[in-house]
Design a protein around this ligand. Structure first.
Ligand code: RFL
Ligand code: PHB
Length: 399
C-alpha cells in the first residue's frame, strides 16, 4: 500500500507520541509507526522523573490530567556519602522549581489513549525498514505491517525510534560526528511492591558502589544498585539486592522496607551524541540522536525537549513557510544536549565507585562531593541542572 501524511513519525516512545499529539492539536496530520506491540510499549520500565518543562509540554499537549492528579511533586533530593546524608532544597535554590515523579510507562499510556481518541491510532507492529528521498520534498518511509510491505510518503520525517532505531543511519556518515563514552559499571534496577522508605529520592555514593532509592507511587518503590558490566541477573538473587541496598543507602536510625520484587533488569551506562540531528527533511528527536547515563534522570526530559523544539519549528513552517527554525534545529538542540551530557556525566562520575580510578582521583571525587554539600553556589548549580533550568537557558542562547 502507498499512502501519504504530513509528518511521518517512526517510534511510539515519548518523543514520537508527544509529537503526534502536539501536531494533531494544530491540525497537522501524522502517522506513527511502532515496531513493537502496544502491550510491550506500555509496560517497558524506564524513566520516572519529569522536569517542570516536561510537565508543561505534556499539559500543553492536553496529556497531563492523570499526571496532575497522580504525579508526586518533589521539592528536594537527598545525596548520601557512605551513610552521611545531605538534602538539596531544589525549590529554594531555584526560585520555586521542582520535579515530578510519574512513570514513563504512564506518560506513554496517556499519550497512546489520546492518540486512539483521535481516530488515527498508532500502527503497532509496523517496522520501518528504510527511509528514502530524504532531500526531496516528499521523503518516504518503507515499512512492514502484517507481513506486507508499505510505503508512506510525507512532507517531513521524524526519527523518534530510540537508540537502536534505523533513522540515524540514514544521515550520511560523511556528515556525521559521533561522540561516545561507555562507563565501566551498570545499573541493576528493581520494581518492588513496598511503599517507599523515603519521601524524596536518595542518590547514594558508597565504597561498595552507587545506589538510588526512587519510587513509582505511594505503594511501589523503584531502586537501583551499581553492578559490574559482566554481571547477569543470576548473580543477583533478591536477598543480595536488598542486602546491598540496605548497606549502600543505610544511615543511622533508618531502615529500608523490603518487599516482593516485581521486576529486575540490568542497564549498561553510556553517553552518546550523534550530530547533526537532521538531514534534508529527516529530523531526529530523543534517544535516536543522544543518550545519557540515567544518573541525572535526563533521557526522557531531553526527548520531550527535542520534540517541543521540532514541533515549534514544524508549526512555523506550516503557518508561514519559514525554514529558519527547522534550519536551526540541530544547533538549538545541541546547546541543551551538551549541557545535559555534562551534568549526567558529572553526576555519574561523582556518585559511582570506580575501582580502576587512582587513589588521587578517588580523593578528587570525594572533595567534589564535599564541596557540593558545603557550598551554596555548588548546590545551586546542581539544583538548576537537576530541575532543568540550566539546559533551558543553554537552548535559549540561539533561539
Ligand atoms: P524510546 O522510548 O526508546 O522509543 C523509541 C521507540 O521506537 C521504536 N522503534 C521502531 N519503530 C518502528 N520501526 C523501527 N525500525 C523502530 N525502531 C525502534 C521502539 O520500539 C520504541 O518504542 O525513545 P524516546 O521516545 O526517544 O524516549 C527516550 C526515553 O525512553 C529514555 O531517554 C528514558 O527512558 C531514559 N531514562 C530516564 N529518563 C529521564 O528523563 N528520567 C529518568 O528518571 C530516566 N530513568 C531511563 C531511566 C532509562 C533507563 N533505561 C532502561 C535505559 C532509567 C533507566 C533504567
Ligand atoms: C527512576 O525513578 O527510575 C529514576 C529516577 C531518577 C534517576 C534515574 C531513574 O536519576
Amino acid at each position: 500500500m502507498n499512502h501519504h501524511t504530513q509528518v511521518g513519525i517512526i517510534g511510539a516512545g515519548p518523543a514520537g507520541l508527544l509529537l503526534a499529539q502536539l501536531l494533531y492539536q494544530q491540525g497537522i496530520e501524522s502517522v506513527v509507526l511502532e515496531s513493537r506491540s502496544r502491550e510491550r510499549v506500555e509496560s517497558r520500565q524506564r524513566a520516572g522523573l519529569l522536569e517542570q518543562g516536561t510537565v508543561d509540554r505534556l499539559r500543553q499537549a492536553g496529556a497531563a490530567d492523570r499526571l496532575d492528579r497522580e504525579g508526586l511533586v518533589h521539592e528536594g533530593v537527598i545525596l548520601s556519602y557512605n551513610g552521611q546524608r545531605h538534602r538539596i532544597n531544589l525549590t529554594e535554590l531555584t526560585g520555586g522549581s521542582c520535579v515530578t515523579i510519574y512513570a514513563q510507562t504512564e506518560v506513554v499510556k496517556d499519550l497512546i489513549r489520546l492518540r486512539v481518541e483521535t481516530g488515527n491510532p498508532v500502527l503497532f507492529e509496523a517496522q520501518a525498514t528504510a527511509i528514502k528521498a530524504i532531500t526531496s520534498s516528499t521523503p518516504m518511509i518503507q515499512y512492514t505491517h502484517n507481513g506486507e510491505e508499505h510505503f508512506l510518503t510525507c512532507d517531513f520525517l521524524a526519527g523518534c525510534d530510540g537508540f537502536h532505531g534505523i533513522s540515524r543511519q540514514f544521515i550520511p556518515e560523511s556528515l556525521t560526528t559521533v561522540y561516545d563514552k561507555v562507563y565501566p559499571y551498570s545499573w541493576l534496577g528493581i520494581l518492588a511492591n513496598v511503599p517507599p522508605s523515603t519521601h524524596e529520592l536518595i542518590y547514594a555514593y558508597h565504597d561498595r558502589g552507587f545506589a538510588l532509592h526512587s519510587m513509582r507511587s505511594p505503594e511501589i518503590s523503584r531502586l537501583y544498585v551499581q553492578c559490574d558490566v559482566t554481571d547477569t541477573l543470576a548473580d543477583w538473587p533478591d536477598e543480595r539486592i536488598w542486602a546491598e541496598l540496605q548497606i549502600r543507602l543505610g544511615t543511622t536510625g533508618w531502615t529500608l522496607q523490603e518487599g516482593p520484587v516485581l521486576e529486575k533488569t540490568i542497564t549498561p551506562m553510556r553517553s552518546f551524541v550523534s550530530e547533526p540531528m537532521q538531514y534534508g527533511r529527516l529530523f531526529l528527536a530523543g534517544d535516536s540522536a543522544h543518550i545519557v547515563p540515567p544518573t541525572g534522570a535526563k533521557g526522557l526530559n531531553m526527548a520531550v525537549a527535542d520534540t517541543g523544539q521540532l514541533f515549534d519549528a514544524l508549526v512555523r513552517w506550516y503557518q508561514d513557510g519559514s525554514t529558519t527554525d527547522l534550519d536551526n534545529y540541530t544547533a538549538c538542540c545541541m546547546r541543551r544536549v551538551w549541557r545535559v551530557q555534562e551534568f549526567s556525566n558529572f553526576m555519574t562520575e561523582m556518585l559511582h565507585h570506580n575501582r580502576d580510578k587512582s587513589s588521587f582521583d578517588q580523593h578528587l571525587q570525594e572533595s567534589r562531593f564535599n564541596q557540593l554539600i558545603t557550598s551554596r553556589a555548588a548546590s545551586t548549580l546542581l539544583a538548576e541542572n537537576y530541575v532543568g533550568m540550566a539546559a533551558k537557558r543553554a537552548s535559549e542562547v540561539l533561539s
